[in-house]
Design a protein around this ligand. Structure first.
Ligand SMILES: Nc1ncnc2c1ncn2[C@@H]1O[C@H](COP(=O)(O)OP(=O)(O)OP(=O)(O)O)[C@@H](O)[C@H]1O
Ligand SMILES: [Mg+2]
Length: 422
């Protein structure tokens, strides 16, 4: 239960008890009237008094006890209070001992009247009734000395009643503000809790996404490695073995030697990629030299003239970037060997200020880049994998080709030098 609701229940309970007090006061006052009469104090005839008492009790019962829901109805409560004021004055007229009941009018002023001014007016009227009772009833006003006595009593009654009402009103306002503050605090707390829960949810979601992204990236990397290292090697071996069986005599030994060399190299490369090491050619040489080695090896193996041109000032790039460039060149050359039947291949490595580009041009069969078949068991992973690998280091790939007009492949990567990353 909220703090506000708890306070509200308590207030209602207190209000409930208060509603019995006036009946007790009415009963007690009535019990004293015969005693006062016996002592010779002035009073109206008993039946009249009894009638007024009954009407008063009925009035309270009807407007308050039986219809507590009317409390918030300003119009009804004004009628009730006005009637009560009249009845209290009547009772005091019956006997001044009803002064013991008259003060309960203060309670009803708080109950029935809303707003500070209305309450002050209500308790002031009640103060008149109370002072009248204290002065000895209406008949006392006949004598001048009693009138002075009444005026003094009225002054003090007004003072006390109004002061208490003002203090009460201030207290009410203060506790209402406090309740409001507590409520606001509770709302802020709830909002905070909600935000924290949401945060925890987001965090968990991010973790899952990060894990999934990691798995996806690693899968892509593995696929690239298998394609560039194992599949390329095996393709070369198959080509050499086929050539060997097609060539009779001692010439076949040359192809078998080439196949054996390819198998060894592929095995070594496969081991390196399992350990996530740099490709062997890059490990022992700078990118320019490693590329030169790859180009001359490819040229010798396939009998196709190939050359490497370097422009700009070569410099050491981040290992990941150099590896990507080397793999791009290897796959481009593998494609030339497999698909182009080219007469010549030229590779151009250009070091510029912000980017490094690698162009591979052949004068072979060419193809329609927009009609490349999807990835299948036959292959088709080369260009896709190349593009993905380049994408991972913020590089790009462009393929220009046309059937019969050769192929130009251009990769661009950011020129991030070793040591610049930090
Ligand atoms: N230099 C080229 N000359 C002619 N055609 C090419 C050249 N490079 C690529 N192609 C064409 O583009 C297609 C897609 O090449 P890609 O490297 O993606 O796959 P693949 O070489 O067929 O198979 P994989 O590389 O997966 O073993 C090739 O099948 C080929 O038709
Ligand atoms: Mg390929």
């Amino acid at each position: 239960m909220s703090e506000v609701a708890r306070l509200e229940t308590w207030r209602q309970r207190l209000d409930g008890w208060m509603m019995y007090v006036p009946f007790g006061a009415l009963l007690a006052s009535s019990a004293m009237v015969p005693i006062a009469a016996a002592a010779g104090l002035p009073h109206l005839p008993f039946p009249v008094t009894a009638l007024v008492v009954l009407v008063t009790a009925g009035w309270l019962l009807w407007w308050v006890s039986l219809h507590p829901q009317w409390r918030n109805d300003r119009g009804r409560m004004t009628v009730f209070f006005a009637g009560l004021v009249a009845l209290i004055f009547l009772l005091v007229w019956c006997s001044s001992f009803y002064g013991f009941f008259a003060w309960t009018g203060y309670l009803y002023a708080g109950y029935a009247l809303r707003g500070r001014l209305a309450r002050l007016a209500g308790v002031s009227v009640m103060a008149v009734a109370t002072a009248l009772a204290q002065a000895g009833g209406l008949s006392a006003l006949a004598e001048p000395s009693s009138r002075i006595f009444f005026a003094v009593l009225l002054f003090f009654n007004l003072l006390v009643a109004n002061a208490l009402t003002l203090i009460g009103a201030m207290n009410d306002e203060q506790s209402a503000k406090r309740v409001e503050m507590i409520d606001e605090l509770a709302r802020a707390n709830a909002a905070l809790e909600e935000a924290m829960r949401e945060n925890a949810g987001l965090h968990a979601q991010l973790l899952v996404q990060a894990r999934e992204a990691g798995v996806h990236d690693e899968r892509q990397r593995m696929a690239g490695e298998i394609h560039d290292v194992l599949a390329q090697g095996l393709t070369g071996i198959v080509t050499q073995l086929e050539a060997a069986s097609a060539t009779p005599g001692p010439a076949s030994a040359r192809h078998i030697d080439a196949a054996r060399k390819l198998a060894r190299e592929s095995l070594a490369e496969a081991r390196r990629s399992v350990q996530a090491l740099r490709p062997q050619p890059l490990d022992s040489a700078a990118l320019v030299d490693a590329l030169g080695e790859v180009v001359s090896g490819w040229s010798a193996l396939h009998g196709v003239p190939a050359s490497l041109i370097t422009t700009g000032v070569p410099r050491s790039l981040l290992p990941e970037i150099e590896t990507t460039l080397l793999r791009t060149a290897q796959e481009a050359l593998a494609n030339v060997a497999r698909h182009a039947a080219a007469g010549r291949v030229v590779l151009t490595l250009s070091y510029m200020e912000d980017v490094v580009t690698l162009d591979v041009r052949d004068d072979g069969a060419g193809f329609d880049p927009s009609a490349v078949p999807d990835i299948s068991e036959e292959g088709g992973f080369g260009l896709v994998g190349m593009r993905e690998r380049l994408g991972r280091i913020a590089g790009t790939l462009e393929v220009e080709s046309e059937p019969g007009a050769g192929t130009a492949l251009s990769a661009a990567v950011p020129a991030i030098a070793v040591g610049a990353a930090a």
